[in-house]
Ligand binder design. Structure first.
Ligand code: ATP
Ligand code: MG
Length: 224
């Protein structure tokens, strides 16, 4: 079987079985309390969101494998503001202060940059703490042979011994049980960064926040 079809089939099994179990339970127990049925409906909503996310991410992976890179100058301030606007539509109830610093342009594939930032900004918003003021700081610095982008959040963080595992497909950190997700986003981002010759590095402290460091190499046609 094609790898993408395999990933899709494998990942969809979990949320689908949750839907099946819940549906069967509710149809056999018509008189359950409102509280119990409400809990099931919340679970259904999370499973449906997971299914959507798995389909979207798998489609993205397919596109990356087949697409040629299109290298051009990417105005990162505009690109990042677009990503933020989109994420706000996806999570209309989440409040987050987003601070933007220097956003140096990149000479690379704009579509890849979009997918990288939409995933990372989405994660920062999704894994923000429920209480307190959530913030995300995005800025860049010029480095020796490229540009480094940082995304710093004050969210739930990732346990130190799980920092490597979260880059693997289908893997999620142990502190995210109540938050919907398929564990594909970061694997996709790593793959994309490698495709453009860059790197991604995570550092994090549980309950304090996470810093994502992205290195974008200067290509043969350097930026001004
Ligand atoms: N900013 C962050 N703060 C805290 N945890 C994070 C953050 N970004 C990623 N993680 C952890 O890394 C895991 C993997 O992230 P990834 O984006 O691959 O998957 P996901 O968000 O669970 O699902 P999806 O495939 O829908 O993006 C998450 O489940 C979460 O445990
Ligand atoms: Mg994600």
């Amino acid at each position: 079987m094609d790898v993408l079809a395999g990933t899709l089939a494998h990942d969809l099994k979990n949320p689908l079985s949750v839907l099946k179990i819940g549906n069967s339970f509710l149809s056999k127990n018509v008189g359950v309390s409102v509280k119990v049925s409400e809990r099931w409906f919340e679970t259904f909503a999370a499973s449906i969101q997971n299914i959507e996310s798995i389909i979207n991410q798998t489609l993205q992976l397919g596109k990356i494998r087949s697409a040629e890179k299109e290298v051009a100058c990417v105005a990162m301030d505009k690109k990042i503001r677009n990503c933020i606007d989109e994420i706000k539509l996806v999570y209309p109830d989440k409040q987050m202060e987003i601070k933007l610093g220097d956003l140096f342009p990149l000479y690379t594939d704009g579509g890849i940059v979009y997918q990288v930032f939409i995933n990372l900004i989405g994660n920062a918003v999704k894994y923000a703490k429920k209480s307190g003021e959530a913030f995300l700081h995005i800025y860049s610095e010029k480095a020796d042979k490229g540009v480094v982008y940082y995304l710093e959040d004050n969210g739930i963080g990732i346990p130190e011994d799980e920092l490597q595992k979260v880059f693997l497909t289908n893997e999620r950190a142990s502190n995210t049980a109540k938050i919907a997700g398929s564990g594909i986003g970061l694997a996709l981002v790593k793959h994309l960064m490698e495709r453009i010759g860059g790197t991604i590095h995570l550092s994090s402290e549980l309950n304090k926040g996470t810093v994502v460091r992205l290195f974008f190499p200067v290509s043969s046609r350097t930026l001004a």
